[in-house]
Ligand binder design. Structure first.
Ligand code: GDP
Ligand code: IMO
Ligand code: MG
Length: 423
């Protein structure tokens, strides 16, 4: 039996989707444990190219159950659309389940997100993530289980629309009516009621049956609401310990934590990004957007900010997550660089620092770089660690030594089969 948690070790978009699709070849269940459809998890396999927003990336494996867990916020319209797209691609959804305790993103949450962003925000995905979590913590939001009884839903809806419409009016946005929401709820019931499960029963049965369970994180450590670059963060906890909170099981049942990181850095939205490259270098790594592995947001299509690999970020992510193993993606994207820079430390006010500074100071740090020779070799053709060029091995070893965690998986291409396991 193994409970694995797979999380992002940087600023999101590390390649969690690809790795969870790959790991789920040996999994009985995959649970998405936080976040919502702000996620864009790219999976490229024999079924096609997919960008999953809510459905766990184990969905392509016939024997693998997939639970959208309690700690998530679920926009029913987006989930239904995603289910239809998967079905149209021939992917069966009989293993898909939704925790009855998951929170719903209601139609006004994206509208408020949009309105708030338009008056000076942080560059959210405008999916209503922060607004839905805020209502959850105010204890006035809807949960998936509320879909069971339309009368109960209506009773909650009316007082709710009063404050929602007052907020929308403040931003000059259009109000929502009871009628349109009740119509939506009836449509959601039809599609989503069959998916509803008691998450305690699903997870604890799997634990007592000694099944292999993967908890799939969304975003990355630097965007955690408490531990990340507040306020340029999301409104949930993309860190391993939250898998246990969301799943309702003891944290000590987690057997391994896998941190996924990219061989360089990327970020979307505002906030400090110490190793950000100048645009000429960034353009090379970003690509044009023509390929599914180019650096454009899988959710919003926004061009991603690109930086050199930031080891202080990886060390911090390890400190807060406790990685047993690392998975590095996109090694192949460095194949054509003559030289590769790696930030080993930050300098602040003239001194090397060892802690992760607060957001304000992170804007001021000066990255200290080591420059390594590139390998100028096509690594997509390599199928083992031994076959990798020597300079690529040097790069990998430098990261392992600096972070203190073995890199066990190396992505050398966007497809499912492009993973090298290093013993
Ligand atoms: P996630 O949100 O962490 O799942 O990551 P995204 O899917 O948003 O972004 C990762 C991008 O990198 C996607 O375009 C993937 O297709 C791509 N990708 C993942 N691993 C590799 C790899 O090893 N090589 C290449 N070339 N692309 C990869
Ligand atoms: P995956 O799971 C990259 C960023 C947004 C913004 C901040 C808050 O694919 O790695 P939110 O909509 O959550 O309120 O936005 O977080 N962000 C992501 N960046 N990948 C994601 O998800 C992201 N989800 C949110 O750009 O800076
Ligand atoms: Mg993504």
């Amino acid at each position: 039996m193994a409970v694995k948690v797979v999380v992002g070790a940087q600023f999101g978009d590390e390649g969690k989707g690809k790795m969870v699709d790959w790991f789920s070849g040996c999994a009985d269940m995959v649970v998405r444990f936080q976040g919502g459809d702000n996620a864009g998890h790219t999976v490229i396999n024999e079924h096609g190219v997919f960008r999953l927003h809510l459905v766990p990336c184990g969905i392509f494996r016939p024997g693998c159950k997939c639970l959208i867990g309690t700690g998530t916020v679920v926009n029913p319209d987006v989930l239904i659309e995603e289910m239809e797209a998967l079905q149209n691609a021939g992917i069966g959804l009989e293993n898909l389940m939704l925790s009855e305790k998951a929170q719903l993103i209601m139609p006004w949450h994206p509208a408020l997100d949009e309105a708030m962003e338009s008056t000076g925000g942080i560059g959210t995905t405008k999916r209503g993530i922060g607004q839905a979590y805020a209502d959850k913590y105010l204890r006035r939001n809807f949960r998936a289980e509320d879909l069971r009884d339309p009368d109960v839903f209506r009773e909650k809806l009316n007082p709710c629309l009063e404050y929602v419409n007052a907020q929308l009016a403040y931003y000059g946005s259009a109000p929502f009516s009871e009628k349109e929401n009740m119509e939506k709820i009836l449509a959601w019931r039809e599609k989503l009621l069959p998916l509803l499960r008691d998450p305690f029963e699903v997870i604890h049965t799997a634990l007592s049956d000694n099944l292999n369970i993967i908890f799939e994180g969304q975003l990355g450590a630097m965007k955690d609401i408490d531990l990340g670059i507040y306020p340029y963060v999301t409104s949930s906890h993309p860190v391993a310990a939250y898998a246990a909170v969301s799943g309702g099981f003891p944290a000590k049942r987690i057997d391994s934590v896998i941190g996924v990181f990219k061989a360089f850095s990327s970020a979307v939205g505002a906030g400090p990004f110490p190793t950000e490259m100048d645009e000429a270098d960034a353009a090379l790594l970003r690509g044009t957007g023509a390929n599914p592995d180019d650096e454009y947001g899988a959710r919003t299509g926004r061009s991603r900010r690109i930086g050199w690999l930031d080891l202080p970020v990886l060390r911090y992510a390890n400190a807060i997550n406790g990685f047993d193993e690392l998975a590095m993606t996109k090694l192949d994207k460095l194949d054509t660089l003559h030289e590769i820079r790696v930030c080993t430390h930050y300098r602040l006010d003239g001194r090397i620092i060892t802690n992760m500074p607060n957001t304000r100071d992170l804007y001021r740090v000066e990255p200290v770089y080591e420059t390594l020779p590139g390998w100028m070799t096509d690594t997509t053709r390599c199928s083992s660690f031994d076959e990798l060029p020597e300079n690529a091995k040097l790069y990998i070893r430098l990261i392992e030594e600096n972070v203190g965690v073995p890199i066990r998986y190396i992505g050398n291409g966007p497809n499912r089969e492009n993973v090298i396991e290093k013993m």
